[in-house]
Write a protein that binds this ligand. Structure first.
Ligand code: GLN
Length: 451
């Protein structure tokens, strides 16, 4: 009830929730009370969570924050959310995101932009909460839920966490089932939590993760006790510092934050080592080929026949055209156009195939680095949260925000963003820790040493 009251009070200003489900929440909470009374509590019994509107929730509207799905009510539940409800969690509502998770500022949502609860010192100007999981990050930061689900294709968990002073974990590709999550770029998409602390994030991920025969890419591996890793310290670990992340134009305060993180880890008993990831500079351009290519293919299903919106036309082709013209926003159309272009005959080898080769080289850089280090420390973003509207007119500027996060998705690795300091303007900054495949435990150890 306290969380529902907080949502009633603050959501109009923040626009973090696109759908509030108070009756369902109270009903789920009552069932939790009953289980608690019987001594049958699950891991998350009674914990109120917000769910990114990319996760299908049975009988509850799920839209990916797109007009094309705004009347879609799924008859099934995503595996990740089903795992949460099985553990006793309570759903408060569905959280805003960039349309189809395409964006870095939560300004492309059909339901309007999300406002970051943080402000620059001495200013009332609204800041973006990051994206695409901006509703998740804003809701956790503003205490409108105890934790939230999110998804990360190129940074959409870690960058919003960095912009809002919260913890975000993008697990190894395959750790969480993608079944029932609206697809953006299937070889990059992963679900993960946004929470207030590293411990909370570890507990949430432990429940969200599972092997799922319904997702052929989900890993058939046991889910470790992530929470147990949290207090284990960093003594004996070797942490790599990749020189290629020292990019031109990086804010001096980000460099200072990075040095601070290195000092904290050294004091806590870790060994720090300079490393090289030589193909880093190709990650962003190749991501912006692979992700739109897969998106253009995934979004072909929105044809006005099977899901959501249908705009009539004089024949079936004009019905498709009218539906997609009015159903998709500008950024989604841009991705479909780029994706269709790079996949088309004559361009496929030059763009898509080349990008896939670059992807292998990026993965190989990490494999080599992880022969000598246990984890890698970088800033999460090249700059703190920017003002609403500042980059929305310039897609390239917006894409540059993902420079430190996309490498992790291209290589399928786990990454965590931990709040580690404040900018000169008093807004949050995040540090990112990258780990070996399926070694989220080391991320939680290092992450906890940084928070
Ligand atoms: N900002 C990136 C993009 O727009 C990443 C989005 C995401 O991780 N879902 O593609």
């Amino acid at each position: 009830e306290a969380h529902l009251a907080a949502i009633r009070c603050a959501n109009r200003a923040l626009n973090a929730y696109v759908l509030e489900t108070p009756e369902r929440a109270l009903d789920m909470a009552k069932q939790s009370d009953a289980r608690l009374a019987k001594g049958e509590a699950g891991t998350l019994e009674g914990i109120p969570l917000g769910i990114k509107d990319l996760f299908c929730t049975k009988d509850v509207r799920t839209t990916a924050c797109s007009h094309i799905l705004d009347r879609f009510t799924p008859p099934y539940e995503s595996t990740v959310t089903a795992n949460l409800w099985d553990a006793g969690a309570v759903m408060l509502g569905k959280l805003n995101n960039d349309e189809f998770a395409m964006g870095s500022s939560n300004e492309t949502s059909f339901y309007g932009e999300v406002v970051n609860p943080w402000r620059r010192a001495g200013s009332d100007a609204p800041l973006v909460p990051g994206g695409s999981s901006g509703g998740s990050s804003a809701a956790v930061a503003a205490r409108l839920c105890l934790g939230a689900t999110a998804t990360d294709t190129g940074g959409s968990i870690r960058q919003p966490a960095a912009f809002t002073g919260t913890v975000g974990v993008k697990p190894t590709y395959g750790r969480c089932s993608r079944w029932g999550i609206v697809a953006f770029a299937s070889s990059l998409d992963q679900a993960g939590p946004i929470a207030r602390t590293v411990r909370d994030a570890a507990i949430l991920l432990g429940v969200m993760a599972s092997h799922d025969p319904k997702d052929a890419t989900s890993a058939d591996l046991p889910v470790p006790d992530f929470e147990a890793a949290v207090g284990q310290g960093v003594k004996g670990l070797t942490i790599g510092i990749p020189k290629e992340y020292r990019v031109e134009g990086m804010a001096p305060e980000i460099e200072a934050l990075w040095q601070q993180g290195i000092a904290w880890l050294t004091e806590a008993g870790a060994t720090v080592k300079d490393i090289s990831l030589p193909h880093t500079k190709y990650a962003l351009p190749s991501y912006y080929i692979v992700a739109p290519a897969e998106a253009s293919s995934n979004l072909a299903r929105y044809d006005g026949v099977r899901y959501g919106l249908r705009e009539p036309g004089k024949d079936v082709l004009s019905m498709y055209e009218n539906t997609r013209e009015s159903g998709f926003g500008a950024e989604v159309k841009r991705r479909v156009l780029i994706g269709t272009y790079v996949l088309s005959a004559g361009y496929y080898d030059a763009y898509y195939l080349k990008a896939q080769k670059v992807r292998t080289l990026i993965k190989r850089d990490f494999d080599q680095a992880f022969e000598n280090v246990d984890a890698i420390l970088t800033p999460t973003t090249p700059a703190p949260a920017f003002a609403a509207g500042e980059k929305s007119g310039d897609p390239l500027e917006m894409y540059l925000n993902d420079i430190f996060t996309v490498t992790v998705n291209m290589a399928g690795l786990p990454g965590i963003s931990v709040p580690a300091g404040l900018s000169s303007e008093g807004t949050p900054l995040g540090l990112q820790v990258i780990g070996r495949p399926f070694d989220e435990e080391t991320l939680f150890r290092v992450g906890h040493a940084l928070e």
